[in-house]
Design a protein around this ligand. Structure first.
Ligand code: GDP
Length: 300
């Protein structure tokens, strides 16, 4: 399933496979703020329906086995260089100015209703504790101290808003799966972060961070499935892709492949995904470009 949000509606382009989510509501219209609007549905599709074109090379078959094709891109126009390296993301006409020139911490909120009310689009960053979230935020904004704010005692369980270029927000969400916190604290995380996802109309997309240096983790898959079931648009951002194979472990690309295979069983269409490393800067500019196209589409 691929979902895109624009300012007035959410477009849910493909149902989840019923065998996995039979008991859950599909195709909710929760975000349709203007129900009478006539919608021109943008085309998002998987490459399984692509014509066999020579413009897509064999070497890239795995990375492009399921493409994220944004609004404004015709399948027939697809070329290799439209796909961001290390991702399944096609860049389309909504991609634009993406670099971060200015960033400022705005506030920490305990509930969705306490978050900024200025209606600016926001992209939230979520992941298991230690996944590399702070490192990625600092890498994106090219400042060492930005995400540290959320690591200060008392702020770790809060929703932290950073205003970027005075026009959109990066939202640092509490990490899940803390090894050292009590069950009660874990439940708190669920309740309040889920409240944010379900009630935040200005949320353009969630970047769900997945540690590529370890095999697929149930807690990450549960999180992805929950977001999918609740029509929250997400992009998988694989972190630590620079890490070499551990003694007995698998390489990042093998872990990513295993994760994708499980996701493919649960999602009819694969969400966008991208490989990154905060150490080498891999995927940084590409991720920013993808974020710009999601934002600009939302803002149209
Ligand atoms: P957070 O708890 O999700 O905010 O994770 P941190 O950003 O604090 O990172 C957790 C650990 O992973 C730290 O030891 C980082 O140095 C390390 N780390 C984070 N990103 C990367 C990366 O891209 N590559 C490598 N090799 N290590 C990373």
């Amino acid at each position: 399933m691929v979902i895109l949000r624009c300012r007035f509606l959410t477009i849910n382009l493909a149902p989840l496979r019923p065998s996995h989510f039979q008991s859950h509501k599909l195709h909710t219209t929760r975000f349709f703020r203007t129900p009478n609007l006539i919608i021109s549905t943008p085309r998002i599709t998987s490459s399984s329906s692509l014509p066999t074109s020579r413009s897509i090379s064999d070497e890239a078959r795995f990375a492009r086995s399921v493409l994220f094709i944004p609004p404004g891109v015709e399948i027939e126009e697809l070329k290799d260089d439209m796909v961001l390296p290390g991702s399944n993301i096609v860049i389309g006409p909504f991609a634009g100015h993406s670099q971060i020139k200015q960033v400022e911490f705005v506030k920490s909120s305990a509930r969705a209703r306490d978050c900024p009310k200025d209606d600016l689009p926001e992209i939230a960053i979520l992941g298991r504790s230690n996944v590399g979230k702070s490192s990625l935020i600092n890498c994106l904004v090219r400042k060492k101290e930005v995400a540290l704010t959320s690591k200060k005692p008392g702020k770790t369980q809060l929703i932290n808003h950073f205003l970027v270029n005075k026009s959109w927000y990066i939202v640092d969400l509490p990490g899940y799966g803390f090894a050292k916190v009590s069950d009660a604290a874990k439940t708190d995380w669920s309740a309040f972060t889920k409240g944010y996802f379900l009630n935040r109309d200005t949320l353009v997309c969630v970047l769900l961070l997945i540690d590529a240096s370890v095999p697929p983790q149930k807690i990450d898959l549960d999180c992805a499935n929950w977001l999918g079931r609740n029509n929250v648009p997400m992009t998988f951002v694989f972190t630590k892709c620079d890490k070499m194979k551990a003694a007995k472990g698998k390489r990042p690309d093998e872990n990513i492949k295993a994760f994708q295979q499980i996701i493919r069983e649960n999602f009819k269409q694969h969400p966008p995904w991208i490989m990154t490393s905060s150490v080498s800067g891999l995927g940084r500019d590409e991720l920013l470009l993808h974020m710009s196209q999601l934002r600009n589409y939302w803002d149209q």
